[in-house]
Ligand binder design. Structure first.
Ligand code: GDP
Length: 311
């Protein structure tokens, strides 16, 4: 990728897309193309095709998606499967038609089977049943991976797919109905501290284990892979370390400085019991995550308290 080439970052207002834009700008890329969802509805094939005809991007990064935590995924499965299939099919097909030099598609660690061996290797894709709470999203993301692989196989398109683990960081979603666990807990502990509440409710049993990657590390990995990866195989991006939700909750309580109790609500779903990626493939290429979990949460919390996000 040359500094004067045209790079379209789809989904630049989201947590991932905005981190990728920051990373590209830092690396000196000047011709970034961005559109809000109001300006360009990526679910419309006609609109996407017209946009590619007008803009002719050299490179495309697909960070646009309908995303959400365990609550949103279970409540709105129809939107999660439809919106995501439409967005990725339109973008990947247009990238093929307009001969984009390279496309990077962002998947997710939830595409892997619910009960696969840990840590999860890339080859476990489609080796078992999916976790039911996010099956709709996972099926859509698997379709996106297959689109990239088959366009590459049939036409030689340079399309790669990356599988990030659970992400967090600035511009995350802190809406308690739809967010993932890490921003939800930052908000719950912060609100409890502000209002002087004596306890915070954490969903599930606290036993499931998750891996968390700071979104700026993900953005760095995506730029690294745009330069250094051409394979038809998917590639995991993570830290290689996980922890139980219980420990995460305690760490966030400490960082926020909340003195009250943590109460577990076992009527809420736990989701998949463990989700830890095997990151040896990307590590062998020469990339490793930099930001320790505590430091990443501290940065995110500082951003949250200073930003004007309100729900
Ligand atoms: P998942 O990784 O797809 O399961 O998505 P989440 O990040 O939404 O949830 C991860 C785990 O954190 C699950 O076991 C949830 O039950 C648990 N959890 C605990 N408290 C919360 C909360 O307030 N919000 C969310 N979204 N999850 C929570």
């Amino acid at each position: 990728m040359e500094h004067n080439e045209r790079i379209y970052v789809a989904g630049h207002q989201g947590m991932v897309g905005s981190a990728i834009v920051r990373q590209l700008q830092k690396a000196g890329y000047e011709q970034l193309i961005m559109r809000t969802s109001r300006e360009l509805d990526l679910r419309s094939q006609k609109a996407v095709d017209q946009f590619f005809a007008d803009q002719k991007p050299d490179y495309v990064i697909v960070a646009a998606a309908k995303v959400g935590g365990i609550g949103a995924n279970s409540t709105y499965p129809a939107e999660f499967i439809y919106d995501n299939i439409m967005i990725e099919a339109n973008l990947i097909h247009a990238a093929h038609q307009w001969r984009v030099k390279k496309l990077l598609f962002l998947g997710s660690s939830c595409i892997y089977p619910k009960f696969c061996p840990q840590p999860i290797k890339e080859e476990y894709l489609l080796s078992g049943f999916l976790e039911s709470t996010n099956e709709a999203y996972a099926i859509a993301k698997i379709a996106g991976i297959k689109l990239c692989q088959y366009y590459k196989q049939q036409y030689g398109d340079n399309f790669i797919s990356v599988m990030p683990t659970n992400l967090y960081g600035i511009n995350d979603n802190f809406d308690l109905e739809t967010s993932h666990v890490l921003p939800a807990l930052i908000r719950k502990f912060h609100d409890a501290k502000e209002t002087g509440a004596d306890k915070v409710i954490v969903w599930g049993t606290g036993k499931p284990r998750r891996e968390f990657l700071y979104v700026d590390d993900l953005a760095e990995a995506c730029c690294f892979l745009m330069q250094n990866y051409e394979s038809n195989h998917i590639i995991n991006i993570g830290t290689g370390k996980d922890l139980p939700i219980r420990e995460l909750a305690e760490m966030i309580r400490e960082i926020v400085g909340f003195a009250g109790d943590i109460v577990y609500d076992a009527t809420k779903p736990d989701g998949t019991p463990v989700k830890l990626l095997d990151v040896s493939r990307i590590n062998q290429l020469g990339w490793q995550a930099k930001t320790p979990l505590r430091a990443g949460i501290e940065k995110t919390y500082t951003w949250y308290t200073r930003s004007d996000v309100c729900y």
